[in-house]
Design a protein around this ligand. Structure first.
Ligand code: CUA
Length: 155
């Protein structure tokens, strides 16, 4: 089959753009560990007051040494606040919301998730640098969204 030169050039340009776009997704995934959440766990957002874990969200050290931080986001604060975790140890965050969609971002780190009512967002991260970090809500959640911040102390 004969394909005109100009047609071939445009086919190569089209193919190059597809490769470029796919690369712009795959490269950050591989280099910066940026990926969509894959943890699917649901709960009843209207029954958080009686939930075994989220009725009293806290930092807990499990018998096997895992550090788990349960967080409930609500208009317009995070509970617990402040959160205290050790440096250089993997910490698993489990986050949910009891009203609307909130964000949970530890500013200056890779810790970033959405807090969606009815779902538990979970990720594990190790903080290498001790210090005080700001936790910010990055989903518009109401009139006081801009004031929804928390503190994370890494010791
Ligand atoms: Cu919570 Cu914005």
């Amino acid at each position: 089959m004969h394909v005109e030169l100009y047609e071939r050039i445009w086919m190569w340009i089209g193919a190059a753009i597809v490769v470029l776009f796919l690369g712009s997704i795959l490269l950050p995934t591989a280099m910066y560990a940026i990926h969509p959440p894959s943890h699917i766990e649901t709960l009843d957002p209207t029954a958080i007051a009686t939930h075994p874990e989220f009725s009293a969200p806290a930092v807990t050290t499990h018998p096997d040494g895992r550090i788990v931080v349960s967080v409930v986001a609500s208009m317009f604060s995070f509970n617990p606040d402040p959160i205290e975790v050790p440096a250089n140890r993997p910490v698993t965050f489990r986050i949910t919301s009891e009203d609307v969609i909130h964000g949970f971002e530890v500013v200056g780190t890779n810790a970033n998730a959405m807090a969606v009512p009815g779902y538990v967002s979970q990720f594990t991260i190790t903080f290498a640098k001790p210090g005080e970090y700001v936790i910010s809500c990055h989903e518009y959640c109401g009139l006081m969204h801009h004031a929804m911040v928390g503190a994370l102390k890494v010791k």
